[in-house]
Design a protein around this ligand. Structure first.
Ligand SMILES: Cc1ncc(C[n+]2csc(CCOP(=O)(O)OP(=O)(O)O)c2C)c(N)n1
Length: 615
């Protein structure tokens, strides 16, 4: 039934065929993720919903907008990509997220949470303006509802009156447990199934009583009052949605009926379904956090096949615990990424000083500003790509008052299999624009410890420490106490880098030295404010410059150095700025992507020879 390369038409299948399809899809999901890694638990939880959606809608024409998009694997399997699933998240293979370039059935890209309602509303408005009649559906999780952007979308959509179906897949989980008042609100709704029974029974009774329809309308106010007693605050109805639910999201037959009904409603509808994250695979049902994002694992036991290696995030978490032990002002903040940012131990040891703000990076930044203003020392550990959401708050709430908030900017640089929505390639540029900002770029665990300590106790104003995904390379040095380090003195060419890329640059250095060249190697430890002095001095001597960095070209350190050289009237005979360029970078392993961007040792060596005039 799951065809290798054709779109599976589910419109005619029976309920029992749909149920058996769900079983096969689940085993395919396990098969793919156990070999390639990826997002497992969220996909297992959304199988019946996705099958029901494909029974009712035509995703080639109707627009299904996924929130985050990590739950789209079943959709890919049903839309002609079964055969390519084995290539998912690998270089040249299909993406682990929806991608319109990959299939006309992928309505939009996704990767960052909470934007789906806004995007779907835009599509619905475009459809109406064009006089077209396709359906638009936004599918978001309860975790995505902890992000404020969702409410901007819901508020506008509810008022718009546009026909639009918003499906809330409520599993009570973000990556870890969903936090905050909305999570409590949804949990409360789950306790009120009598509301649905009442609503159904009431309408039925009125339809058989003579004059019942009239009574139904007259008693609308009473019904509303009763409803509010049973369901204390139907936030969504107040926003202008017709609210349906909560219903069992694993009942494919029931969902199909409800979706068919919802499809015909010509106003905004919110369908609230309840699912179990990890459904159908006991290890994932038991521990949905651990199976949210997986690397290769054994299906029988659920055990990971790739042993965990110490990462920069682990070291950050340990170092922060050490600092919090001695300084009671230190608080840790995360935006729904407790495990990913290495803060689990901190949350256990210092629960009162640990704050998970939900998928709300803007709020996390402003909240940290408030804490800092009142004398605490907040440390917001956040992935580079997600801190993009907090850019305004960085300037407005933290920057202008020069507040001492420390940002642990995790996953800085290329992140690998998650691809273009997740690489941390922009923070060097955007952090550099914030007046008063200090940015450190550790290249080893030891430097991360030294720089975090310095950021906490020797800096004022906003400070970021940016470190990569995964572990260290061969460079284990600690130059963290210096702004700039001359790693090797020479006079033939100036090689400049920062962060983890020092490992590639040192390989280049070795090769050049072996060939009789004499490179000078400069490692920038503090990249903002940038002290261009040592580089200017070196380039005056060598006349040749190669800058290698794992970030985008515009606003990167290479461009900043080139501007400084020019301002100081230094005109090298040859310059090459190696970076990830002006485009977006696809998915693959970090090593493959470095090669693709020309940032691996071999590519950099070629560039160095060109700069040296031997290209
Ligand atoms: C802006 C942003 N911050 C953080 C993340 C990381 N992230 C990916 S999935 C996820 C949890 C999403 O929860 P939910 O929407 O309930 O979906 P579920 O995984 O429970 O199906 C988080 C926090 C993200 N994708 N986007």
């Amino acid at each position: 039934m799951i065809q290798p390369n054709t779109i599976t038409n589910l419109h005619q299948i029976s309920d029992s065929e749909a149920e058996s399809l769900c079983i096969r899809l689940r085993s395919r999901l396990l098969d793919v993720t156990s070999r390639n890694g990826g997002h497992l638990a969220s996909n297992l939880g959304a199988v019946e919903l996705t099958v029901a959606l494909h029974r009712v809608f035509d995703t080639g024409e109707d627009r299904l907008v996924f929130d985050v998009g990590h739950q789209c694997y079943t959709h890919k399997l049903l839309t002609g990509r079964n055969a390519q699933m084995d290539t998912m998240r690998t270089l040249g293979g299909i993406s682990g997220y929806p991608k319109p370039q990959e299939s006309p059935c992928d309505a939009f890209i996704a990767g960052h949470a909470s934007n789906s309602v806004s995007v779907a509303l835009g599509m619905a408005r475009a459809r109406t303006l064009a006089g077209a009649h396709y359906h638009v559906i936004a599918l978001l999780g309860d975790g995505a509802l902890t992000g404020g952007l969702s409410y901007e979308g819901l508020s506008d959509a509810g008022e718009s009156g546009e026909p639009l179906l918003v499906i809330l897949n409520d599993n009570g989980m973000s990556i870890t447990k969903s936090v905050g008042g909305v999570a409590q609100h949804l949990a409360h709704q789950r306790l009120k199934p009598q509301y649905l029974r009442f609503k159904k029974g009431y309408r039925k009774a009125m339809s058989v009583i003579p004059g019942g329809e009239h009574i139904y309308h007259v008693t609308h106010q009473i019904k509303r009052a009763i409803k509010e007693t049973l369901l204390p605050c139907s936030m969504f109805e107040d926003m202008g949605f017709t609210y349906l639910g909560p219903v069992d999201g694993h009942d494919v037959k029931g969902l199909t009926h409800l979706l068919t009904f919802a499809r015909e409603i010509e106003t905004p509808v919110l369908l609230h379904i309840r699912t179990t994250k990890g459904k159908g695979y006991p290890p994932a049902e038991r521990d949905p956090d651990a199976f949210h994002g997986v690397s290769r694992f054994c299906i029988q036991t659920g055990e990971a096949l790739i042993p965990h290696q110490k990462s920069f995030s682990d070291v950050f978490g340990e170092a922060l615990c050490g600092a919090a032990e001695t300084d009671r002002r230190i608080c840790a903040v995360t935006a729904a990424m407790q495990d990913g940012t290495g803060l689990t131990e901190f949350s256990r040891r210092f629960p009162k000083r640990f704050f998970d703000v939900g998928i709300a990076e803007g709020h996390g930044t402003a909240m940290s500003a408030g804490m800092a203003k009142q004398g605490m020392l907040p440390v917001f550990a956040v992935y580079s790509t997600f801190l993009q959401r907090g850019y305004d708050m960085l300037i407005h709430d933290v920057g202008i008052l020069g507040l001492h908030v420390v940002f642990g900017v995790d996953r800085a640089g290329l992140v690998g299999a998650d691809g273009e929505t997740h690489h941390g390639l922009f923070d060097v540029a955007y952090l550099s624009t914030v007046p008063g900002m200090t940015v450190f770029a550790p290249a080893s665990f030891a430097e991360l410890r030294t720089m975090l300590h310095y950021a906490l106790f020797n800096c004022s104003g906003p400070v970021a420490v940016r470190y990569p995904r995964g572990g260290e390379g061969e460079y284990h040095g600690d130059n963290g106490a210096e702004n700039t380090s001359i790693i090797r003195s020479g006079k033939g060419i100036t090689l400049v880098t920062h962060g983890i890329l020092i490992n590639e640059v040192l390989k280049v250095t070795e090769q050049l030295a072996a060939a009789g060249m004499d490179p000078e190697v400069i490692k920038l430890n503090k990249i903002c404010p940038l002290d261009a002095g040592p580089v200017c001095k070196s380039v005056k001597k060598t006349g040749k410059l190669l800058v290698a960095e794992e970030c985008c070209e515009m606003g990167g350190i290479g461009q900043q150095l080139a501007a400084q050289l020019s301002l100081h009237g230094i005109a090298p005979s040859a310059v090459y700025l190696a970076n990830t360029g002006r485009g977006y970078v696809t998915h693959g392993t970090v090593a493959e992507l470095r090669r693709l961007c020309g940032l691996d040792a071999d590519s950099l060596l070629k560039r160095a020879w060109e700069v040296l005039g031997h290209g």
